[in-house]
Design a protein around this ligand. Structure first.
Ligand code: ADP
Ligand code: ZN
Length: 599
């Protein structure tokens, strides 16, 4: 392994392997197949990039996202690795040129989209050269039940048939057992060694709050904790993406949009802006994000409920890949529960699909309503047996919700549903419970029924939380015909009769929201270091612009901070900074030294 370690140090500029990287690299470099399950930011790329340099021939990397391969290759060029992409963004002449160089052995890595890889032309081409390995990135795209299903991925089994001697590595950040089984089966990886890393992302703080006014809550969150930070805001629909983007912009924030309804040119433009400039907020549907390897995304916010824990974990996992403090924030309410359940109901999909979708949604809801550590909850969901010690870095750990005996309140709510004829949504029911004589209440004469005003003791917000939770618990069901109408269920009977008690969570919302979290270790820099850090960032921005690459391709924040803190005086000291390999030392040492000397 010493040569792998040398490459890590000399080429990539990192002192040590992370997690299971060393084992994976040794296994693959020796010609073994493997399946690697590692969380986003875990360092999957090195698992094939280093074997690509250790083995003879060219490594072929299959990746579903054309636009983003380019950044990977740009980053490799920065450190002097011979790599190229082959995709539809190239002109026919460029394609021929890449193919020529491929034949003459001028690449160590070649990134291709699956549809191109599968063409007879390409398969015939690579039959004439030595292939070091095949890497199948985002391997969960092979799963028909997953949300990123790509039909071409299924055909990737052809690689094994045509090139039985070439080792393969499949990689994914999707952790559940069903997906794992599907990958193994469909890609013919039965004999492959499986490397499962812990999916914990300790630097991400998780928070899920009761939604009252989603966009205001979002704004408060960003202003309190993420001024000038890059982040992603996920919304459910295209329309909402547009609305939230304009609204954030009108509040003076730098936000751009991304969804499938936009022209691809517009989408690319916004994506590039997000990747290249600092402090941009990307408002997007889940169409955005796969393959995004921007390391300094400081927050991921959800304004709508994701459809599964897998999706939620993958989306939030895009925050803080550089290992620094990051936030996963979500606002969620009864409307989300209703909308998601209806969508499954109305999807027109096969029964089996609906059942899978419903199960995943229920798991997601139970994460939202949990009264124990969110991190433990998610890791257990992924089948990881972890310490039972709560993490101390999620909202539940930091500010535990009270669990209270809500049996009487729930009885009031349920009988109000009953007395009003099981014909209304939560908003109306709350008016009746709280004794609000609205026009509509008067019209229906519900100010004369016994449940009118019996819930005055609780605020509207608390009632909303109660209705949401008892709907999640199945004590109320949503009418499938008309939007938002709630009716009783089998389960409600026992509660109404007083035979069963109900305990609910009482979340004291965002007490800490105004407290600016210690958002990065930047705060630990003293004023001189802080000044250096700013100088270094300005230089990096200029250099990135000249090279036409995102800033992090030049150096990560972690590298610049270490430089500012340690202020190395010699080349030798410079070489020891994380993220500075031989090539970058060559290229940039004189610039860096000049800045550090204060010239
Ligand atoms: P993912 O598993 O999400 O594909 P990446 O391969 O993009 O993760 O790696 C995440 C970040 O961590 C990258 O910026 C990468 O350069 C960095 N990284 C990976 N391995 C190491 C290591 N051994 N030491 C330091 N940084 C590393
Ligand atoms: Zn916790």
């Amino acid at each position: 392994m010493s040569s792998a370690l040398n490459i890590l140090k000399e080429v990539f500029g990192y002192p040590d392997f992370r997690g299971q990287q060393a084992e994976v690299i040794a296994h693959l470099a020796n010609g073994g197949d493997c399946l690697v399950l590692m969380p986003t930011g875990g360092g999957k790329s090195l698992c094939y990039q280093i074997p690509a340099l250790l083995r003879n021939g060219v490594a072929v990397i299959v990746s579903p996202l054309i636009a983003l391969m380019q950044n990977q290759v740009a980053a490799l060029h920065e450190i002097g690795v011979r790599a190229a992409v082959l995709n539809s963004s190239l002109s026919p002449e460029d394609i021929v040129a890449v193919e020529q160089k491929l034949l003459t052995g001028e690449y160590d890595l070649l990134y291709v989209a699956p549809e191109r890889l599968l063409t007879p032309r390409f398969l015939n081409l690579i039959e004439r050269i030595t292939i070091a390995l095949f890497a199948i990135d985002e391997a969960h795209c092979v799963s028909q039940w997953g949300h990123d299903f790509r039909p071409e991925y299924i055909q990737l089994s052809v690689l094994h048939e045509r090139f039985p001697k070439v080792p393969r590595i499949a990689l994914t950040a999707t952790a559940d057992l069903d997906t794992r089984r599907e990958i193994i089966e469909r890609l013919g990886l039965g004999a492959a060694k499986i490397f499962v890393s812990s999916f914990d992302r300790p630097n991400i703080h998780y928070q899920i709050i009761d939604k009252t006014n989603g966009r205001m809550q979002l704004l408060d969150f960003i202003q309190a904790q993420h001024q000038d930070d890059a982040g992603i805001v996920y919304c459910f629909s295209r329309k909402k993406v547009d609305e939230i983007t304009s609204w954030l912009v009108s509040q003076g924030l730098r936000a751009v949009a991304y969804h499938a309804g936009m022209s691809s040119q517009e989408r690319n433009q916004n994506q590039e802006k997000f990747l290249r400039e600092e402090g941009i907020i990307m408002v997007a549907t889940v169409a955005f994000g796969m393959g995004i390897d921007k390391p300094d995304i400081r927050f991921v916010a959800h304004l709508d409920l994701p459809r599964s824990i897998e999706g939620y974990y993958q989306e939030t996992g895009r925050a803080g890949r550089d290992g620094r403090v990051a936030n996963a924030w979500m606002a969620y309410g009864l409307g989300d529960v209703i909308q998601r359940r209806r969508m499954i109901e109305e999807s027109g999909a096969k029964l089996k699909f609906k059942q899978v979708a419903a199960r995943k949604l229920e798991a997601m809801l139970s994460l939202c309503e949990t009264t124990t550590c969110r991190r433990l909850h998610m890791l257990n969901y992924f089948g990881e047996v972890v310490d039972t010690v709560p993490c101390g870095n999620c909202d539940v750990c930091i500010n535990p919700p009270q669990v209270w005996d809500a049996s009487v309140e729930v009885q009031k709510a349920l009988s109000c549903v009953y007395r009003t004829g099981q014909n209304f949504g939560a908003g109306y029911l709350i008016d009746v419970l709280r004794g609000n004589r609205t026009e509509r209440v008067k019209e229906w004469c519900h100010d004369r029924i016994s449940t009118f005003g019996i819930g005055k003791n609780l605020s509207e917000t608390t009632w909303r939380a109660i209705f949401r939770q008892i709907t999640v618990l199945g004590l109320l069901a949503v009418d499938s015909e008309s939007h938002g109408i709630l009716h009783l269920t089998e389960l409600s009977r026992a509660v109404l009769k007083g035979q069963q008690s109900v305990h609910l969570r009482l979340q004291v919302n965002s007490i800490r929201s105004s407290e600016k979290q210690q958002n990065s270790d930047i705060t630990t820099l003293d004023p001189t270091e802080q000044y250096l850090w700013e100088q270094l960032r300005a230089w990096r921005a200029k250099t990135a612009k000249e090279h036409g690459v995102p800033a992090y391709v030049i150096f990560h924040d972690t590298t610049l901070q270490e430089l500012a803190r340690l202020s190395p005086k010699t080349e030798d000291e410079l070489r020891r900074i994380t993220g500075i390999g031989v090539r970058k030392l060559d290229k940039y040492s004189s610039h860096l030294m000049a800045i550090l000397r204060g010239d």
